[in-house]
Design a protein around this ligand. Structure first.
Ligand code: PMP
Length: 343
């Protein structure tokens, strides 16, 4: 991969904003460099712009180098930054699967970049060959979401690897739901492929959606580019502190995942026996996609009963389908009870 050729010229030539805290080395006695208020410690100080302490901890958990990690305000931030770094508006394009996570399209629209969507097959799988066929010389990024949202299934690793090996641009694998999947993450492949970006998030299995912290893993050249164009202090102090604290809860995270997987199995089994349910799609995530008669009517009925699920019935290949997040055992029971009342 020739990163110099892939990156937009204005980004290649960009002189990034240099924050006060980036400019000194050595021990500080006092900080009179950033026009902060000296009172109201510790909130008066700007946070570490490169979140070094958090990255050190994540690197240990994930088995990679801190230099291979970018942290964003949710993984939605690196999605947007990848467009800004690599896609020349009105000229370049990206390729992705259909249906998939909606933010790739939104980020593309914001950055005035064409999206070439390749429909999944009936069992929600893709062929690397078809995606590569949709690409041309202006295709800079290919987005693959695995396990995919909203379909829930893990995508074929061999096809993903074929894409990475053949495509001359960057392949982004969005692994937001990987902790719920039986197959391992692509992270161990990171050192092998310099055009691979893996997105993960603390919003799902780790239960931290509220603190907004997402990760991009890639070779350090790509990470440097993302760091160059991000807002200087994109991860606030409270989020960094809370993340350091919550990262100690890895055991709890594992237990939550175990509970949610058991609950998912129970939900799948009970849902498929309901008369109006046509199909429960196999899931490798913390949600299930369920095809049913009158999905919209059932969605409205659940809302009336205070239960909010996601209506995906207008999404391509998901007609008549609702996406249901696996909740706590008692929440899932109430959901099932309410649905049984319909029969
Ligand atoms: N990727 C996928 C596939 C998602 O479903 C989501 C959230 N719905 C995200 C990324 C974004 O997650 P966050 O910004 O909370 O990290």
């Amino acid at each position: 991969m020739n990163i110099e050729k892939l990156i937009r010229t204005n980004i290649k030539n960009l002189k990034p904003y240099s924050s006060a805290r980036n400019e000194y080395t050595g021990e500080a006695m006092m900080f009179l460099d950033a026009n902060e208020n000296p009172f109201n410690e510790p909130y008066n100080r700007y946070p570490d712009p490169l979140q070094r302490e958090v990255k050190e901890k994540i690197a240990v958990i994930k088995g990679c180098e801190p230099s291979q990690i970018f942290l964003g305000n949710g993984s939605d931030e690196p999605i947007d930054l990848l467009f800004r770094a690599f896609c020349e508006p009105k000229q370049d394009n990206i390729v992705t699967i259909d249906p998939t996570y909606g933010m790739y399209q939104v980020a593309a629209d914001i950055n005035d970049t064409e999206v070439r969507k390749v429909k999944l097959d009936e069992s929600y799988h893709f062929s690397a060959e078809e995606l590569l066929k949709a690409a041309d010389n202006n295709t800079k990024l290919i987005f693959i979401c695995s396990p995919n949202n909203p379909t829930g299934n893990l995508l074929d690793k061999n096809e993903v690897i074929k894409l990475i090996e053949v495509f001359s641009g960057i392949v982004i694998i969005d692994e937001a739901y990987i902790d719920f999947a039986p197959d391992a993450s692509m992270l161990p492949e990171l050192n092998k492929y310099e055009n691979l970006v893996i997105l993960q998030t603390f919003s799902k299995a780790w239960g931290m959606a509220g603190i907004r912290l997402g990760m991009a893993f890639a070779n350090s050249e790509i990470i440097k580019i993302l760091n160059k164009i991000k807002y200087p202090y994109n991860i606030n102090m409270l989020t960094q502190q809370k993340a350091l604290e919550l990262l100690l809860q890895e055991q709890e995270k594992k237990e939550w995942v175990e509970i949610l997987l058991t609950e998912r199995k129970k939900l799948e089994n009970t849902l498929k026996d309901l008369a109006f349910v046509q199909k429960v799609y196999p899931s490798d995530a913390n949600f299930v996609l369920v095809k049913m008669h009158d999905a919209r009517g059932i969605y409205d009925y659940l809302v009336e009963n205070g239960i909010i699920v996601r209506d995906r019935s207008k999404v391509v290949l998901c007609n008549d389908s609702l996406r249901i997040t696996v909740g706590k055992p008692e929440e899932n029971e109430i959901l099932i009870e309410k649905l049984k009342e319909l029969i």
